[in-house]
Design a protein around this ligand. Structure first.
Ligand code: HEC
Length: 120
């Protein structure tokens, strides 16, 4: 699985420079972000839980600010995202390790990491 994905990324990296003068790195480039939510309370929750995995490429979580990685997840809708955040989803632990988080806070954190508004 991993080898396949690497091969795909490699092929993409080789193919992309040929198509246009856009010097930006490919959209699939996985970069850990140091960004935190501007709200201090939310930022504290984020750094104590979500960030441990969602800013760590090794965790295989959709990374904060990686809009491409979040897009298909966001399309599931806010209800599904909230359900997966609260009940867990594969490598995503229930409550994202934040037992005191409210639904409102989860939605804000997801919107922050996805860098895009959540559909209702
Ligand atoms: C221990 C690591 C870890 C922590 C901590 C963590 N996550 Fe995740 N999260 C993951 C992984 C891994 C995935 C990808 C799961 C998959 O798609 O198989 C994920 C996926 C998600 C998804 C997408 C689920 C979907 O339906 O695609 C949401 C939303 C999410 N996390 C929210 C959060 C929030 C909010 C926090 C902090 C309160 C958080 N996570 C903390 C590991 C973590």
């Amino acid at each position: 699985m991993r080898a396949l994905r690497l091969t795909f990324l490699l092929a993409l990296a080789i193919a992309l420079p040929g198509c246009g003068d856009d010097a930006k790195p490919p959209a699939t480039h996985r970069v850990a972000s140091n960004a935190t939510p501007s709200d201090p309370a939310l930022a504290q929750i984020y750094t104590n839980s979500c960030q441990l995995c969602h800013a760590n490429p090794a965790a295989n979580a959709p990374l904060t600010g990686d809009r491409k990685a979040w897009e298909p997840r966001i399309q599931q809708g806010a209800d599904t995202l909230l359900d997966h955040a609260i009940n867990g989803y594969n490598g995503m632990p229930p409550m994202g390790l934040c037992v005191e988080c409210s639904e409102e806070q989860f939605l804000q954190l997801i919107g922050f990491m996805a860098d895009q508004p959540l559909p209702q």
